[in-house]
Design a protein around this ligand. Sequence first.
Ligand code: MTE
Ligand code: MO
Length: 433
Amino acid sequence: MTTGRERSLQELYRDDPERADALAWGRRGSLKGAALAAMGTALGAGIPFAGRMPSGLLPAALAQGQGGPQLLQMDGKAPLIVLGERPLVAETPEHLLDDDVTPADKVFIRNNGQIPEAAAGDPRSWKIAVTGEVATPLELTLGELEGRFEVVTRRLQMECGGNGRSAFAPQTSGNQWGNGAISCAEWTGVRLRDVLRAAGIRDTARFTGHHGADSHLSAQGEAISRGMRIAKAMDEDTLIAFRMNGQAIPHINGAPVRLIVPGWPGSLSQKWFTRIEVLAEPHRGRGMGGTSYRVPVRPIVPGSRNNGADFTDLESMPVRSILTNLAHGTRLPTGTREVPLRGKAWAGDLTVRAVDVSVDFGASWQPVQVGAPANRHAWQVWTGSVRLPSDGYFEIWHRATDSEGRMQPHAAANWNPQGYGANAIGRAAVLVG
Ligand SMILES: Nc1nc2c(c(=O)[nH]1)N[C@H]1C(S)=C(S)[C@@H](COP(=O)(O)O)O[C@H]1N2
Ligand SMILES: [Mo]
């Protein structure tokens, strides 16, 4: 895949996708023989379903940048894909998310500021506070928290609000996540609602504000401090968590205690958790208001400027699927016709009703089996297989539908300046032969 001709098509796609499309597909969307052959060479194989390819579609194999991703080298962590070093941000490659319960080493990392020093001494003496619109403000050590409230264990998905962001066109600001800013670990902790009730929330309590021990890179103020409607704080699955998969939480993922607000943007799941405020008005911390974690109510022109005044906070995350048994770009032996597939799907506070797969660029779809979640707010495992008609270049497309009938769209929808809520159909390239 290194001749001048092949590289030039790839480069053209990167530098000037419209011209590349016109060259490859013709201005009326009809396929030009020579251009198709060139594209086939670039991909390393013919494209048996080329006739079904929507005009202007960039093959997934060409959408990858040149050169491999930078991989994380950190004790206790798998080789995650590093998206940023200061602050440290790393996503999990989809094919490393094959476990039903995400092991600690495969949980993605999203920091917004400086990683705080690991607390010296007994983690059970770490203090958390409840302040604001409560009858009795509380300050409790982790030890007291564990002793005083019912301890529960749940499998909970935690997904960054920007997961899938790299699918937005035009590109938005923020970390260019693929689909790997998701984990579903087994969290042990106490219910936030039990602690809030113990403090006696007042009738005026409408919102929360979350605080942690890390400071902003500039050392000015907190790294991030978000909040939510009180109803989500009172959800039985919203936890103050102190164990992940039965072990102490890894420091990088918020030890010794963090919030877990499953199904809503991960930014609410405060790491190195120190205090929750109960508020009458929406919280005004870093990461609130404007275009932060907010999406348009009425679609705006992609790429346009907007101050977000009319936007709404992103709450329940949209439906998404990932493919986990086959890495994007996998080469399968000549003659492979049956390809088993396995993946995960989830839909914020909702569940996933169906997952469909296609190998002909979405011309036809077939359902796969979708398992029940282990508990509410856990992701669901899907399994199935597809038949390929020949050797060549294929794309496995996977599309989930939530319990209210909403499907993943063909392209990232509802463009917004900071790129939240992108849940385009998943596409993995495979080469047979
Ligand atoms: N204190 C603190 N909590 C935080 C963050 C942070 O930077 N500081 N990042 C948030 C964001 S944006 C996400 S997506 C999740 C990521 O959690 P993880 O790094 O354990 O995967 O933590 C959230 N909680
Ligand atoms: Mo995030």
